[in-house]
Design a protein around this ligand. Structure first.
Ligand SMILES: Cc1ncc(COP(=O)(O)O)c(C=O)c1O
Length: 400
């Protein structure tokens, strides 16, 4: 593994050698290629919201487009504008807005805007002002109960959108929805949502809407429901090589986890039997023991509740013992030879990675924290510098 060194001893920039989230862009490209093959003839939208689930939106977006994704998706217009500012001009959809969202900038930057209802007037006003048609995707709530127009109001929204399209103020590029339980393939609600989606598409057709793309599938639906692919699938988690299915590791899906969070062991010291560890002294050593100190804590994004989560040091996995603190957590090496223990500071510690060597994974930390792998990678904080391996060399003069 090689790291880009972003810090110097005299620099306030943290060194990636001290701690880093290493993102393997070849793993991202591999995962995208898998989804391109699975979804074909439907196209792939790479979902890079929340800084690409913590992996770095610009780098992931470039890798995903390189590997065959045709679209990008984010939640916020501000996230979309960040990608445009980095020179990425692929089709790009943002779907979650407030009255403070910068619709004018989105229209100016050619960002597609998801519309659930009230946003339409604001977007049309921006398009009118700029004399540039907005690109919109109408969102229907097929059962998730979050964003999206209810099926009862759908006809009205379609009618209004078509009036504005006829005025030349917008183009309805897409119609979409989002699934609630696709990660639990046995549940009947996905069929119910797909039925409502088909009804919404039929109503759109009756209203004269002719979208380029109809889309509803997320990662689990892309993997398990070919009948949900339509024209485009919106893949987030799977791009990062993680499995959306409880109990099914990503290796069984042909995916490769892209993020490795690693650091260096800060300290290792011999302590007597009964030594309490960390705040609350909730853990005590069973005998004379060596305690290793890992300089990662909840300020770095390690869940505070995840005591027991594994870390890998010199080919062995150890559970974290005692309370996870803001900056640090502890492992108990037990009755390790004192000379060996003294040599451990400075050794690499892997919190999670691809698991290929039997090492810890984001799934292990999700289990320890009682959460999902989505949250484990996404919550790794900016205090952990990102570094990239297997980046493709930029092609001279090429624009994305
Ligand atoms: C609207 C929408 N589409 C697609 C996705 C991607 O979902 P997943 O990460 O399960 O692929 C998300 C993520 O939550 C989303 O909010």
């Amino acid at each position: 593994m090689s790291y880009e060194v972003s810090g110097r001893p005299d620099s306030p920039t943290p060194s990636v050698l001290e701690r880093s989230a290493v993102i393997d862009l070849e793993a991202i490209r591999h995962n995208v290629r898998q989804f391109v093959a699975i979804a074909s003839p439907a196209k792939v939208m790479a979902v890079v919201k929340a800084d690409a689930y913590g992996h770095g939106a610009v780098q992931v977006a470039r890798a995903a487009l390189d590997a065959g994704a045709r679209w990008l998706g984010v939640a916020h217009i501000s996230e979309a504008l960040g990608l445009r500012a980095a020179g990425i001009d692929a089709p790009l959809l943002a779907w979650l807005h407030t009255s403070e969202s910068n619709f004018a900038a989105a229209v100016a930057a050619g960002v597609d805007i998801g519309i659930s209802g009230w946003e339409l007037d604001a977007v049309v006003a921006a398009a009118r002002e700029q004399e540039r048609p907005a690109r919109i995707h109408l969102k229907v709530d097929t059962g998730l109960g979050r964003n999206g127009c209810t099926i009862d109001d759908w006809d009205k929204l379609l009618g209004k959108a078509m009036e504005h399209q006829d005025e030349g103020l917008l183009r309805v590029v897409g119609i979409f929805s989002h699934l609630a339980v696709a990660d639990e393939p046995h549940r009947p609600e996905t069929d119910e949502q797909l039925a409502v989606f088909r009804e919404a598409l039929a109503m759109a057709e009756d209203s004269g809407v002719d979208p380029e793309v109809r889309h509803i599938a997320n990662t689990p639906a892309t993997l398990s429901r070919p009948d949900a692919h339509f024209d485009l699938v919106r893949v987030g988690l799977g791009l990062y090589g993680l499995s959306p299915f409880d109990g099914q590791p990503s290796s069984e899906l042909g995916l490769r986890p892209a993020m490795t969070v690693r650091t260096l062991l800060s300290n290792c010291k011999r302590v007597p039997k009964g030594q309490g560890v960390s705040y609350g002294l909730k853990y005590r050593t069973e005998g004379e023991s060596s305690l290793g100190l890992i300089p990662l804590g909840y300020a770095d994004g390690v869940p505070r509740v995840a005591t027991g989560g594994p870390v890998r040091i010199k080919g062995t996995s150890y559970p974290v013992v005692g309370q996870i603190a803001m900056d640090q957590m502890v492992v108990d090496f037990g009755d390790l030879d004192p000379e060996q223990a003294a040599a451990l500071p400075g050794s690499e510690v892997v919190m999670f990675g691809d698991g290929a060597d039997g090492g810890p994974t984001a799934d292990d930390w999700a289990a320890a924290a009682g959460t999902i792998n989505y949250e484990i990678v996404t919550r790794i904080s900016p205090r952990v510098p990102r570094s990239y391996i297997n980046e493709l060399a930029p092609v001279e003069g090429a624009a994305l």
